[in-house]
Design a protein around this ligand. Sequence first.
Ligand SMILES: Nc1nc2c(ncn2[C@@H]2O[C@H](COP(=O)(O)OP(=O)(O)O)[C@@H](O)[C@H]2O)c(=O)[nH]1
Ligand SMILES: [Mg+2]
Length: 227
Amino acid sequence: MSEFTFDDLSVVMGTYNEAEAIATVLDDIDRVTDGRAEVVCVDGSDDRTPEIAREHGARVIEQEPRGYGYAVRKALTSASRPVIVTADCDDTYPMDALPRFLERINEGHDVVSGDRLYHGAEAMPAFNRFGNRAFAAVASLLMDERVHDTTTGMRAYREEVIQNIRWTENTGLSAELLIRPLMRGYDVVEEPIHYAERAGETKLDPLAGGYAIAKSIIKVPLEERFR
Ligand SMILES: Nc1nc2c(ncn2[C@@H]2O[C@H](COP(=O)(O)OP(=O)(O)O)[C@@H](O)[C@H]2O)c(=O)[nH]1
Ligand SMILES: [Mg+2]
């Protein structure tokens, strides 16, 4: 089988008032992939984010802001290439890692999940870091398999993983995108990544968001177990 190249890659994201960061993120993707990756932004902004995205060659799909999962699910299912990478649009995730993610897919993995905790995630607020460690511990117990970062926004997926599973979560979508493939026997591997401080304000309320994610972390593995 021939190997996937950047021509086979879609990078997708939800974008919600990220005018401060989006140009950097899209420039990084272009630089790293020689402008060969498709970029899809599902946008709910009321600032200049969608204009900046179009100026940088991204395909922009407009959608009312209804939360992270609605946007990212739409972005994932709108991608047209066989390897799909998710990212946030806040300049926290290293686009320089795209070649490494593609390489790991080419090694045969179905999902490559960026593990931010491996290097310590010092740029992450302490509350989120603690929460993420707890989410990973609980998910690992319920799945019988050790994972380290269940809520990362940066992963690569073979398109069939996205197409073969019915996705249900909103704020908890990132955890769901790790848990369901893993529990269905897909080859899922974690890949350490560096995580940078956010440009602009977070769109996730730590308490309400954390509670929603906690519910997904319990519900999704139980659903998969008794499926
Ligand atoms: N289109 C859209 N994008 C969203 C929405 N909520 C969050 N996002 C985007 O999803 C990504 C993750 O949100 P973010 O605020 O970075 O969450 P954090 O990483 O937990 O701080 C960012 O690129 C946001 O702009 C939404 O309701 N609609
Ligand atoms: Mg973010």
